[in-house]
Design a protein around this ligand. Structure first.
Ligand code: SF4
Length: 434
């Protein structure tokens, strides 16, 4: 889907813990940021995502979200065709017409995202201006925002970051002389499945943290107030721009590993508890039963995964927290962990938990990486859809990274399900070989 010309030769770099990281800038095989619409439209339930793109973009979003044939869809593509590319039509007028048709037909839409793509960038269609212009017509009935999901600018999960960063700019400012406009004290940032949000809500309440909110909210009108009294916890390692926007509002990040697996979930919650001065006994009382239950549930998958080797191609940006979980809690042996980019600060706690000898790479030069993967001969390869089929044909067992973003995987109750996602392909391969 997304192929780029090599920009510069590979170089090595070190992270803050002096860990060598191989940096590559070659051809990459990842989906673009439009893919994020598939989980974003489920999360913000009164929002609509209008991709301004080509038939290729429409095809990508439609096939990735085949489920939508059962429902009134909450995304669509305004097609840029040859006519527009040749400059024969005013794309802005076309866009206004499409938006008008959509909002007339769908009064349930409260927030509209205009999502940029490679073609809209190529014809230099300024969607921020379009959003501003259209807002004048439709505010307050509909808020109109924009972000880019283009493959030129974003990889797979960066679409969520771009979307949330544009939403974060909508966070209402707290007026200094209005102390009753209270800021939320804990903001949990990143898309979580509703079931996971509900589990975390119960834990925060048990811990005595009552002023909390999730971002994005389920309803677009429920955007919390954020300011210097707000501390925020990231649930994903790919929210760089969103974090920056929140910090511009005065919010402070709580450094923590990500809530994947038992260890990640406990450390993430402990970081929140420490930030709010929750006593150790109270924390232990709330967490211990969940931790013990999750440990028991993990045992079966551990017998399947223990000692097996795994290789990660860069795709979802979840690779480092996943590798940490699979290695430390399930005994898998790590070969190479590839990430599209490594945010040293946001991943500092995760990097500290990885073994020193694991190979880390950032960016991609896919042919070279394929060679390294073949040399390792791993028991399992985590990669995007484009690489999975050819690697399976070569006899490797693969796990699609996209599935890890669609599935609820965070928190104690999901640790065993997450492990099972990796165990299942290995069991299937063993059965086929028998
Ligand atoms: Fe392909 Fe670009 Fe459209 Fe993504 S935005 S589907 S990479 S053309």
């Amino acid at each position: 889907m997304n192929r780029v010309i090599p920009l510069q030769p590979s170089v090595s770099d070190c992270d803050s813990t002096d860990r060598a990281i191989l940096k590559e800038r070659g051809q990459r095989e990842v989906f673009c940021g439009l893919t994020g619409i598939i989980w974003l439209h489920r999360k913000i339930q009164d929002a609509f995502f209008l991709v301004v793109g080509s038939r290729t973009c429409a095809h990508l979003v439609q096939s990735a979200a085949g489920v939508m044939i059962f429902a009134e869809p909450r995304f669509a593509t305004a097609i840029i065709d040859d006519h527009d590319l040749a400059g024969l039509a005013d794309a802005n007028e076309e866009l206004d017409r499409v938006v008008d048709q959509l909002l007339t037909r769908r009064p349930d839409i409260k927030m509209l995202f205009l999502v940029g793509s490679c073609p809209s960038e190529v014809i230099k269609l300024d969607l921020s201006r379009a959003a501003e212009r259209l807002s004048k017509t439709y505010t307050p009935r509909v808020r109109i925002l924009n972000y880019s999901g283009s493959g030129i600018e974003t990889t797979f999960t960066q679409g969520e970051d771009a979307c949330l960063a544009s939403l974060a700019k909508e966070i209402p400012q707290v007026a200094k002389n209005h102390p009753h406009e209270k800021e939320v004290e804990l903001l949990v940032v990143g898309c979580l499945a509703d079931v996971v949000e509900d589990q975390f809500s119960r834990i925060f309440n048990e811990l005595g943290i009552h002023s909390y909110a999730f971002f994005p909210p389920r309803r677009s009108g429920d955007i919390p107030r954020v300011g210097s009294q707000t501390k925020y916890l990231l649930v994903q390692p790919f929210l760089t721009d969103t974090a920056r926007t929140l910090e511009e509002l005065g919010a402070k990040r709580i450094p923590a590993p990500f809530p994947l697996g038992i260890e990640g979930s406990e450390s993430w919650l402990r970081a929140a508890a420490n930030a709010f001065g929750i006593a150790d006994e109270r924390f232990e009382k709330a967490i211990a039963p969940k931790r013990e239950r999750a440990k028991l549930a993990l045992e079966r998958q551990r017998t399947i995964l223990n000692g097996r080797t795994i290789f990660f191609f860069p795709d979802s940006q979840l690779e480092i927290p996943l590798a940490r979980f699979l290695h430390r809690e399930l005994g898998m042996q790590l070969t190479e962990i590839g990430m599209p980019y490594i945010h040293r600060q946001h991943l500092a706690e995760e990097l500290a938990l990885l073994p020193k000898d694991v190979a880390l790479s950032e960016g991609q030069d896919v042919e070279k990486q394929l060679d390294r993967c073949r040399n390792y001969k791993p028991d399992m390869v985590v990669c995007g859809l484009g690489l999975a089929n050819p690697l399976e044909a070569e006899g490797m067992t693969t796990k699609w990274s996209i599935e890890l973003v669609f599935t609820p995987i965070q928190g104690f109750d999901q640790a065993a399900d997450l492990a099972e996602l990796f165990a299942r392909p290995l069991v299937r391969r063993t059965k086929l070989a028998a």
